[in-house]
Write a protein that binds this ligand. Structure first.
Ligand code: IPM
Ligand code: MG
Length: 340
């Protein structure tokens, strides 16, 4: 038996993650599912510790983790850092892989039909940049309070994320940065990109500044295959790409350590507090994250079967209100499983 850990988290996290695990169970794989349902904001409010060292060890000892979403208006930002960012950084999950592929023409927000079929992957550096936690506050509480978050870019970190991006590209790689304004990190990314590009003459190589990349993604997303960016730009562009592909509720992601193979899989949507507890959250992001998880464990055909079932359910309109349907989270999950 392979053990996988599950962290449902907060907001709509538990509702959608339940559909993700039900789907894995329906596949009848040799998986032992260890649910850490106490890792949430409620626990943090009571104990100030969201993810204990024991929990961390359970996660680390498992083959992979499926996460729902973490966040709560009642807690400070330390909470997300203790859970999600701690796992990403301490388990060195340096790749954030976020595919965006249009499920159905009717879900595209774009006016021109020929520009709708987005099929790209955002490869986001996941352990450095502004998320590295380096920084501090000077003269706190005075008029001269100075807050610093240092944008860390290492040769090691930049090279390995670019290597990963090139390794999965079939058509092209577009590197996104802001090297016209952000000098030092920008130069490092540019230099590494040029070096790696020269080793891949088979691929079309492009570069965009992040502002232009956002504009071009909306103007015609079909021109992109793999987009690689730092932590912050990848965060922003992946929400944009998700919306172009059919909505944030459908979007899945994998946080991967390329060396150990460990992965943390999560929908790109967050806790969605406005609809939490109503039973209408879209389970597709979690179900497709579960598909990415089993795919990395070697269950390629099963992962494809899940994706096909999602496509059939979307085609048939068996979806939650955010996609124009009338089903509840549970019924939308069940409809997908019925097509497996
Ligand atoms: C994401 C989320 C997180 C991030 C938040 C919750 C810290 O937006 O996974 O994209 O910024 O990485
Ligand atoms: Mg985000």
């Amino acid at each position: 038996m392979t053990t996988i850990t599950v962290i449902p988290g907060d907001g709509i996290g538990p509702e959608v993650t339940h559909q993700g695990t039900e789907t894995l169970e329906a596949l009848g794989l040799a998986l032992d599912i260890d649910v850490l349902d106490h890792v949430n904001a409620e626990t943090y409010l009571q104990t100030r510790t969201a993810l204990s060292d024991d929990d961390f060890a359970r996660v680390r000892a498992s083959a992979s983790t499926l996460l729902g979403a973490v966040g709560d208006a009642r807690v400070d930002s330390d909470y997300a850092r203790q859970v999600l960012l701690r796992l990403r950084i301490e388990l060195d999950l340096f790749v954030n892989y976020r595919p965006a592929r249009l499920f159905h023409d009717r879900l595209s927000p774009l006016r021109q039909p020929e520009h709708r079929p987005i099929d790209c992957v955002i490869v986001r550096e996941n352990t450095e940049g502004l998320y590295s936690q380096a920084g501090g506050v000077l003269r706190s509480g005075t008029e001269h309070e100075t807050a610093l978050d240092v944008d860390i870019n290492t040769f090691h970190g930049v090279s390995r994320i670019l290597d990963f991006a090139f390794s999965i590209a079939t058509r092209s790689v577009c590197m996104v940065d802001k090297s016209n304004a952000v000098r030092h990190g920008g130069q490092l990314w540019q230099r590494c990109f040029q070096e790696i590009s020269s080793r891949h003459p088979e691929l079309e190589i492009t570069h965009e500044y992040v502002d232009a990349a956002a504009m071009k993604l909306v103007a015609d997303p079909t021109r992109f295959d793999v987009i690689v960016a730092n932590n912050s730009y990848g965060d922003i562009l992946s929400d944009l790409a998700a919306e172009l592909a059919g909505g944030l509720g459908t979007s899945a992601s994998a946080n991967i350590n390329g060396a150990t193979g460990f992965g943390l899989f999560e929908p790109v949507h967050g806790t969605a507090p406005d609809i939490a507890g109503q039973g209408i959250a879209n389970p597709i992001g979690s179900i497709l994250s579960a598909a990415l998880l089993i795919e990395r464990l070697g269950y390629t055909a099963e992962a494809q079967a899940v994706r096909n079932a999602v496509n059939v359910a979307i085609e048939a309109g068996q979806v939650t209100p955010d996609l124009g349907g009338q089903l509840s989270t549970k019924d939308a999950g069940a409809a997908i499983r019925a097509h497996l």
